[in-house]
Design a protein. Structure first.
Length: 243
């Protein structure tokens, strides 16, 4: 019998401690599938954030380096400048990349560093306790309060900002919600990696993710919540492409 679907090569069939309904593992799946299909997994190094993705430690075969909170783009800059022949991925959360690491993230893009930045946008600080993040929706409840635009501003649309810069080669936002969304996310992921690998340019891809625990939403209700609340604020699509 022909096998048509399974765990991607490089991912181990082991248990993790992710919350039920979390879609971080969907992100890992499309990253590994993309690297495998492009034939570049063996030359890839990925920087790791302070955040929920550390629950995936030990589940995949990639060279990685642990970063301080917010410093993913800075560490990735050092890696890609020292080893320009390798593929450098910076995996971050929205609080990690767009709050604590906003300066590093913005200026790495503005300089056009040869890297691919992958940011999980779940509109909240996940691992650290559900605090308000730069992408928290207006009216959304967090452990540090409800976002009110007159007090804390509006959700930051970082891809739209980066797309106005000269240096980035590829900027996109996708979602990890449905099979259709995931297929699109994989297409964008492969383009982002190719933009770095083939053209030596900076790439940024934002992935919208569920966070049932900190949203206070049951996993079965997350898709409806995201379609009604998240996608209208964070539309998916390509904002800049070198292809």
């Amino acid at each position: 019998m022909e096998k048509v679907y399974g765990i991607p090569e490089g991912i181990h069939d082991v248990k993790t401690s992710f919350c039920a309904g979390c879609t971080h593992l969907n992100a890992l799946k499309i990253i590994m599938e993309s690297l495998n299909e492009l034939g570049v997994r063996g030359k890839t190094v990925m920087t790791l954030p302070i955040g929920c993705f550390l629950n995936a430690a030990g589940t995949y075969d990639l060279d990685t380096i642990q970063c301080l909170h917010g410093r993913g783009a800075a560490v990735a800059t050092g890696l890609t400048r020292m080893y320009p022949e390798q593929l450098t991925l910076a995996y971050q959360g929205d609080g990690d990349a767009i709050s604590i690491g906003m300066a590093e993230s913005f200026y790495a893009a503005n300089r056009g560093e040869k890297m691919t930045v992958i940011v999980i946008n779940n509109q909240i600080y996940g691992m650290t306790g559900g605090q308000m993040s730069p992408t928290t929706l207006v009216g959304q409840r967090s452990t540090t309060g409800v976002r009110k635009s007159e007090l804390t501003g509006f959700p930051v649309r970082f891809p739209e900002i980066l797309a106005t810069l000269e240096a980035p080669g590829y900027v996109a936002r996708a979602a990890l919600y449905t099979p259709k969304h995931i297929m699109q996310a994989k297409q964008f992921m492969k383009k982002a990696i190719r933009c770095q690998e083939e053209k030596g340019l900076y790439s940024y891809i934002e992935l919208l993710s569920f966070c049932p625990t900190n949203w206070g939403v049951q996993p079965k209700d997350c898709l409806k919540y995201a379609e009604e609340n998240v996608l209208p604020i964070f539309p998916v699509g390509e904002f800049k492409s070198c292809f």
